[in-house]
Structures are given as C-alpha cells and as structure tokens.
Design a protein around this ligand. Structure first.
Ligand code: MN
Length: 503
C-alpha cells in the first residue's frame, strides 16, 4: 500500500542571462546529467525529474506554483550551477509550499590545473552562486536541508535519499485519514492532543468512530474471506495445536480472522492510512484486536493503542520513510526494565500489538491464544516473536500545549539474556544510547510519551528532516547526549519556538 515511485522530486537549477545562450546550454546539459544520475541512484527511492534552467523571477515563480499544484511533486532540489541573483527567488520561494533541499555541489569534481581559464571559472561558480541562494533562504527563514559535496558521491546521494524519504512521508500525511475506533484510554494524558492543530500543522485528519461501526464491519465479514484468512494464518505461522482446525479453540482463531477481515474492509473502504483502538472500548467485539493489528501494521498501516492517534500517524510516516529498506517499523512501548551490571536494559513490548515487520528471521512467528489480564474480554489471538537485533530508534510526538515536539532515542537491540518461555507477547530488548540513566532522564525531562514508533531502518537523519518539514522541535537522545546540556536545550527551544512565531 506504499509506493514511493509515484512521487517526483524536481531538480531545479538557477542561473541568469548574463552568460549568454552557450553557457546556459552547458548548464542545462550538466543539470540533466545530474538529475538523471539521481533518478538512477539506488540511494534515492523516488523519481528525480529535470526541470529547465531558471533564469528569471517569473520563471521561478511559475515553477514554484506548478510544484505546489502538482500531485506527484513532493519537493525540489535546488542548485545554482552559476550565479543566480537571489532577489529573483523571493517571489517563488515565498509561495513554495513543498519542501526543498539545497544541493551545494559543482559539476566538475576537480580543478583542471593545467587548463583552467576564466570560461571554466564562469561556468563552475556554485561555490559563490549557492551562497547567494543560501542567503535568501535564511533571510526568508525557510526550513530546508543543505547538502554539500560532489553529486556523484554516495554520501551526497544518500543524504538526498534520506531527505526524499522524509518528503515522501510528509506528502503521504497531507490529506491522510486516520480512523479512531473508540476514544482515548480514560485519564491518560500524553495520548490526547489538539486534533485541529495537528491537522493544520501536519495535514492529516483524525476521524472518530463508535466501536459499533467496526463491530458492524466485523459481523458483515464474508465467510469465504474469513476462511481464506484462517488459511493464511495456518500457512504463515506456527499455530498452536488447540487453535488449529479440530482444536478446541479453533473458534477463537476464526474470530480473530473475522476481526481482521472486518477491520481491513473498514479501513480500505474509508481509504485510511492509520488507526487506533482502545481496550476500554470494545463493546460488541469478542477479543481485543491483536493479531489483526499486528498484520495490518505489517502491511503498512500506522497504529496506536489506547486511542493514540499521534503515534499511529508517526508509525505510518516511518513506514513510508523506510519503504523498501531492511528492518521494520512497529508501534512500541517501554515496558519493563532490567537493571544489571552488563548494562541497564529496556524490555519493549505492548499488550499485543507489535508489528510482524520487526520479527527476527528465525522460523515462523508463533500464533497463540492466551488470556489478557486487562480489558475483560475473551482471550485474544496474537503473534509471539523475538525482534531483530541491531541499532534502532524509538520516536514519539507530543502535544506540549502550545506546539508539538518530537523526541527520539537511538538504541541497540540485543538478544535476551535467557529465553522467555512464559512471556505471551512479541518483544524487543535494548540498551538505550548513551545508557538508560541518561536516556530515560532526558526522555522524561522532554515529556516523551510511553508509546513510540520503533524502527530499525529509519534513522535520526530521516526524523530530523521530517521534523524540519513539519516545522516542529526535534530532540535527539543518542551517544552524545548529556543530561545538563539536554535540559538547557529544552529551555532554549521553549524560547525559540515561542518567539519564532513572531520572527
Ligand atoms: Mn500502551
């Protein structure tokens, strides 16, 4: 359900008429070559489209308006091969509503020492042309990513690719619909927030539904579809014997399949990209949807438990950012600690809803039925697995009252010290960076949520680019974090974001 090739980045080169047509032809030729290289680059997952070289304020303005109204254009890469006086860019950049990255590169990698003359100098002047362009970006206080280096370098293409992934997720959020089955878990604070402000700021819309609307879709699930779903479970998972056909609890598996079919039908019919549930609002549903949620997340839906619409939107955004990359994305919760001499660890899990995309590739996940001590419903079916190991990141967005804040922590997921034969949920065990003491203190000072979107493929750079596009605060907790500096940053940022509205 996520296709990044539907998106285009427009490669836009600025120049002026001072140099005559011959130079401009060469500029266009070089730009076309760079755009083609980016389009073919394995680092950049979207299409990169060459646009004619811009030499007048009117042409720049027209291009920006065209980008705004284009459904496929998700942003611009700008580059000044020669000198493009930046007053020409004011009208266009002021109107531009799509993100842009400023590529500071030069067509020729090296100076041809023995042949260089003034013609070469006049053609290759991005060293100062891009500074003139950069000035107007800063003078207009525009958020953008500046990428410096030769265009053929892997690092440059990778930085642009990261930015393109963030821009894809940003485009995906615009006009996105999130279904909220039931309201917020009673009394919980951080999952609440201003949905009108979120729509203004982020572009997605949260639609509330009574649980009865979902129950109706579940009850209307076609028997043949339920049968097909049960078969898929039997094929894909290590299903415990009592749930298998003829087993005494097979009816519960069928019920789980019916819930999944009903939820899928509901979400597809309404064109939703993410959804929430809450265990306090399940009237008419036999089980808390566990397995269904795990599989819908695997297929690209964002999810938040207990009515957590902000995390559901972030899970979806990170699914888009990481499309086609190795490692998955899941809804997650910091659940239980292990304080030990070998490092203080976090056991992450949720009651049921951890995405199959982060399962370790050791055999099929187990599909089991076990009691859930919360919620007072029939025992839910769920997938149980250990997660991938390696570096990962957990991120959340909070509504701080006046504004939204994103906080993220880089962690290292490790194998559990021992097997967990009695733990009936999917889980991941990690060492937070720089360590639990610093990471948790910083997270708590920042007011970070207990729910996160957790990923092995998304990096801090993706999230930074994404937060910049959204115009929100981004706080990173990683190997360089010190609590005292972090607290100071929180204070400065409070001031900055308060004042920046007037800047
Ligand atoms: Mn929770």
């Amino acid at each position: 359900m996520i296709d990044l090739k539907q998106y285009e980045i427009w490669f836009v080169t600025g120049s002026q008429h001072l140099y005559g047509p011959k130079t401009l032809e060469t500029v266009a030729e070089h730009s076309r070559a760079i755009a083609a290289a980016f389009d073919a680059s394995s680092h950049i997952p979207v299409k990169v489209v060459f646009k004619p070289v811009l030499t007048t304020p009117d042409a720049i303005r027209e291009l920006c308006l065209e980008a705004n109204s284009s459904k496929s254009c998700i942003g611009l890469i700008t580059w000044m091969h020669t000198f493009s006086p930046a007053k020409m860019w004011i009208a266009g950049l002021t109107l531009l509503k799509k993100p842009f990255a400023h590529l500071h590169t030069q067509y020729s990698r090296e100076i041809p020492w023995s042949t260089i003359d003034m013609d070469f100098m006049n053609l290759n002047q991005s060293a100062h042309g891009d500074r003139e362009f950069g000035f107007i970006g800063s003078r207009l206080r525009l958020e953008r990513k500046v990428v410096v280096g030769h265009w053929q370098d892997d690092e440059v293409q990778s930085q642009l690719g990261v930015w393109a992934r963030a821009a894809s997720a940003w485009a995906d959020w615009q006009g996105a619909k999130i279904a909220r089955f039931g309201d917020n878990m009673r009394d919980v604070a951080v999952t609440e927030g201003d949905k009108v402000e979120a729509q203004i700021k982020f572009g997605y819309d949260v639609y509330g539904y009574g649980i009865g609307d979902l129950v109706k879709a579940v009850n209307e699930a076609n028997e043949a579809d339920v049968e097909k779903m049960v078969q898929a479970y039997l094929d894909e998972y290590d299903v415990m014997p009592s749930l298998q056909p003829g087993g005494e609890r097979n009816a519960s598996l069928r019920e789980g399949a019916r819930i999944e079919v009903g939820m899928r039908n509901f979400l597809q019919a309404g064109n939703f990209k993410a959804f929430t549930t809450t265990f306090e609002d399940l009237h008419g549903l036999a089980q808390l949807p566990g397995l269904a949620v795990q599989r819908l997340m695997r297929d690209g839906y964002g999810f938040g438990a207990e009515g957590d619409w902000k995390t559901s939107a972030l899970v979806r955004a990170m699914k888009v950012m990481s499309e086609g990359m190795k490692g998955g994305v899941s809804f997650m919760e910091d659940y239980t600690y292990h304080f030990s001499a070998s490092g203080d660890k976090v056991l992450g899990a949720h009651m049921l809803e951890i995405c199959e995309s982060i399962a370790a590739p050791f055999g099929k996940p187990k599909l089991e039925i076990l009691p859930l001590s919360i919620g007072g419903k029939a025992d839910p079916v769920r997938l149980i697995f250990d997660s991938l190991t390696g570096p990962a990141i957990g991120a959340s967005i909070m509504d701080m009252g006046q504004r939204f804040r994103m906080v993220a922590n880089v962690v290292d997921v490790i194998p559990t010290d021992e097997p967990l034969p009695n733990l009936p949920v999917a889980r991941a065990l990690w060492l937070p960076r720089p360590n639990l003491k610093v990471a948790a203190a910083a997270w708590i000072y920042a007011g970070g949520a207990h729910h996160t979107s957790f990923s092995y493929s998304v990096t801090a750079e993706h999230l930074q680019d994404f937060a910049d596009m959204a115009g929100i605060e981004f706080l990173l907790i990683d190997e360089n974090t010190r609590v005292q500096e972090f607290k100071e940053k929180l204070r400065w940022n409070d001031l900055y974001f308060h004042l920046s509205k007037g800047l």
